[in-house]
Design a protein around this ligand. Sequence first.
Ligand SMILES: Nc1ncnc2c1ncn2[C@@H]1O[C@H](COP(=O)(O)OP(=O)(O)OP(=O)(O)O)[C@@H](O)[C@H]1O
Ligand SMILES: Cc1cn([C@H]2C[C@H](O)[C@@H](COP(=O)(O)O)O2)c(=O)[nH]c1=O
Length: 195
Amino acid sequence: MRIPLDKDLNAYRFIAIEGLDGVGKSTIVRLLAERIGGVATQTPDPSLRVKRQRVEASGQIADKWAFYMDSMVCQRPQFEAALRNHHVVCDRYIHSTLAYQWPQDAPLPRNPREMFPKILWPDLSFLLLSDEATRRQRLHGRETAEGIVNPADHRTDVLTLSEQRFKSMQDLIQINTAGLSPSAVCDQIFGRAFQ
Ligand SMILES: Nc1ncnc2c1ncn2[C@@H]1O[C@H](COP(=O)(O)OP(=O)(O)OP(=O)(O)O)[C@@H](O)[C@H]1O
Ligand SMILES: Cc1cn([C@H]2C[C@H](O)[C@@H](COP(=O)(O)O)O2)c(=O)[nH]c1=O
């Protein structure tokens, strides 16, 4: 099932799902894309995994910023091609890069759309939120199921700053996922995006 919008031009939507590690983004990206017959994607592109590991290991914030920004610029043609026929739902995008990689002591840019014109801006960006206990429980559940623990998902200082920044971003639509099943979260996003 595909749900085009009521207009000929820009008929399909580019939707970004943002939030802290473990809050439920990839689950919701998959469910929402299935529901709307859209393309589920993510940044950075998985083909950049090795380069990403190298950049993350370097720990240099300028290198990380450049890597994540470049990855979005490079994915632009792929997103534009998909948007000709489908909605696109993306796991992390520009708001994550700003939340995690903008210099710690600098205020966030006031007009990021104008500042970073090379990336394709999402039509709608959603911020998934939950209380910390729920987020940790979800993370723990996934770690137990998959047998993989990513130390980056547990850096409290980084997570605290990133959450503050996410919450201060006026163009993010906040969805409180605590107490909601994945399908109920999906319903809320669907309602906000398409009804
Ligand atoms: N609304 C929800 N209610 C209960 N469990 C959920 C919900 N959403 C996701 N989960 C579960 O929580 C775990 C983490 O979800 P998911 O991997 O989607 O998070 P994420 O935000 O993409 O994490 P990361 O950024 O670290 O990749 C998974 O085991 C998933 O099944
Ligand atoms: C896309 C993107 C990711 N990151 C950081 C944020 C997290 O600590 C890790 C994990 O990401 P994933 O969702 O588990 O793939 O990567 C970032 O700092 N900036 C970004 O743009």
